[in-house]
Design a protein around this ligand. Structure first.
Ligand code: GLU
Length: 518
């Protein structure tokens, strides 16, 4: 092994989740925006690993980049976890034994570690001004060199340092990264360590001049102090991992198991899923009528698989089955069609009471927000809505579709173009005749049961020498105002005798005026 090589302990990394010692994983977002499916997917893997091994899943907010902090981002991430049913074991709001869980509240804890690194020679004070750093960067760019700190302050003499300090000059603390050799990052998802030439590493800033730590320092210190055993995070952090390995080594700490999980890509092309394109904040899925069960199951399969066949897996099954071995390194692709498929599946699994409870808020929203027409009285009658949903459950892909799909069950008057009453290969008078005969039959029924209506009207179809669709599509438009609806006779049964007959009479008079105008 070349001199200066640093490596994480391989056996621990490769086997620790198999040996099922409780894993303490964490999600450590920077609150610089709203998390989308990519971030939650990574968090879900961490959560599943913690649950699978009987460990814990803390939430830590990496908010030291104060200028970029977005108000509401922390609340949103917590709300997202609640919605998805991913309980957090420690974190903001609930606290825990390793708090506080906001890095800004841990601020005083980091500088002593920076001092310790300076004393051991693993870090140094950098007094360079922003202007100087800009100049260095510009000249490197002009010479087509990678922009990196030129290590100007790395070898300042004790006297120079003392002079700068007594002159009150501000400074940052930088990592004195090894100049030669390699740093290896052992990653649980990759069979061979990822090697970095130390010569390419930057002397990254660890502590800013305002005393706040950078991501690298705070992340390493907190993962250690919070006793994190497994760091699952996005692939984009691989390039930071050697710095972290060096820091663990310099502080004399054992690094956690690293697992850099594959990216989630845009539906098309090789780009990472991004807010600027297809990604939406997690809670937006709730607004759009997705079920948390569907998101949970769908996200679990973005980069992890149970086997090639099984895709429907409950929370319990996922917890039981999740191991890092089955997390791949190939990127996953976001596919909204597949997510919708999962959503439809989970909607069909709901009991009617559960479906009703989850759908009512969508039905009762104001019309402008996608709810039923404002003319429909709120609150909606529960028993009736339950029977309506029983008919629509099969076809529903999202809860948010319910108002549009079911509005004809709730409104007083239907609006539809008169022409749509006339089926293919029919004319106004044949349609009128069919509907009048249907009305007479339906009026004569003692009860109002789908099966009986169907038998009687099928007899009528035969008698009139029509195909079923020629009569039934007219009847469908008459009672629902649309060409597509749940099964016709169940729909009429649910609408009830009074409403169905009056809509049929209305359709007949509409056709009569159409015919007389012809
Ligand atoms: N704060 C980093 C982020 O926002 C965390 C990376 C890590 O998990 O180490 O993604």
């Amino acid at each position: 092994m070349p001199q200066g090589s640093i490596t994480t302990p391989a056996p621990a990394a490769a086997t620790s989740d198999r040996s099922e010692t409780p894993a303490r994983t964490r999600f450590a977002p920077s609150p610089t925006g709203l998390q989308h499916i990519g971030g939650y997917r990574t968090a879900l893997f961490s959560w599943l690993l913690a649950r699978h091994t009987g460990g814990q899943f803390p939430l830590r907010i990496e908010d030291t980049d104060i200028a970029r902090t977005v108000p509401g981002a922390v609340e949103a991430v917590i709300e997202g976890f609640k919605w998805l049913g991913m309980e957090i074991d420690e974190g903001p709001e609930i606290g825990g034994p390793f708090g506080p869980y906001f890095q800004t509240q841990r601020r005083d804890l980091y500088p002593p570690y920076a001092e310790r690194l300076i004393r051991s020679g693993a870090a140094y004070r950098c007094f360079c001004t922003r202007e100087r750093l800009d100049q260095v960067r510009q000249s490197q760019i002009a010479r087509h060199l990678p922009p990196r700190y030129d290590r100007h302050c790395r070898n300042l003499s004790e006297e120079e340092i003392a002079r700068n300090l007594s002159a009150g000059q501000g400074y940052t603390v930088r990592l004195a990264s090894p100049l030669e050799g390699k740093t290896s990052v052992v990653d649980a998802l990759r069979s061979t360590p990822i090697e970095f030439d130390n010569a390419n590493l930057d002397d990254a800033i660890l502590l800013k001049s305002d005393g706040y730590p950078t991501y690298h320092l705070a992340n390493v210190i907190d993962d250690h102090l919070m006793r994190i055993t497994h760091v699952l995070r996005a692939e984009e952090w691989i390039s930071s991992a050697p710095l972290h390995v060096i820091l663990y080594q310099a502080l004399g700490w054992e690094p956690p198991v690293f697992a850099h999980v594959p990216d989630v890509l845009e539906p098309q092309g090789g780009m990472k899923l991004s807010k600027r394109k297809s990604a939406i904040p997690m809670l937006e899925y709730r607004e759009r009528g997705y079920l948390p069960e569907a998101l949970f199951n769908y996200m679990a399969l973005l980069g992890w698989s149970y086997d090639d066949k099984e895709s429907i897996l409950s929370r319990e099954q996922l917890i039981a089955a999740f191991t890092l071995e089955r997390v791949g390194v190939a990127p996953a692709r976001y596919d909204e069609g597949r997510l919708l498929w999962f959503n439809g599946y989970y909607i069909r699994q709901l009991s009617l009471d559960d479906l009703l409870a989850r759908t009512l808020p969508f039905l009762e929203r104001p019309e402008a927000s996608g709810g039923l027409p404002d003319s429909v009285t709120r609150p909606i009658e529960r028993d009736y809505a339950r029977r309506v949903l029983a008919l629509e459950q099969e076809r529903m892909k999202t809860l948010a579709e319910a108002p549009d799909m079911t509005s004809f069950f709730f409104v007083d008057t239907l609006e539809y173009p008169a022409q749509t009453l006339i089926a293919k290969n029919m004319d106004a008078s044949a349609t009128l005749n069919g509907l009048r005969r249907s009305l007479a039959i339906l009026e004569s029924l003692d009860g109002w049961v789908a099966a009986e209506m169907e038998t009687r009207l099928r007899d009528l179809v035969t008698e009139l020498g029509l195909k079923p669709v020629q009569l039934f599509s007219s009847l469908r438009v008459a009672v629902t105002g649309r060409a597509v609806s749940p099964p016709l006779f169940e729909t009429m049964e649910t609408l009830g005798r009074g409403v169905s007959l009056s809509r049929l009479r209305q359709a007949i008079s509409t056709l009569e005026s159409l015919a007389s105008g012809e």
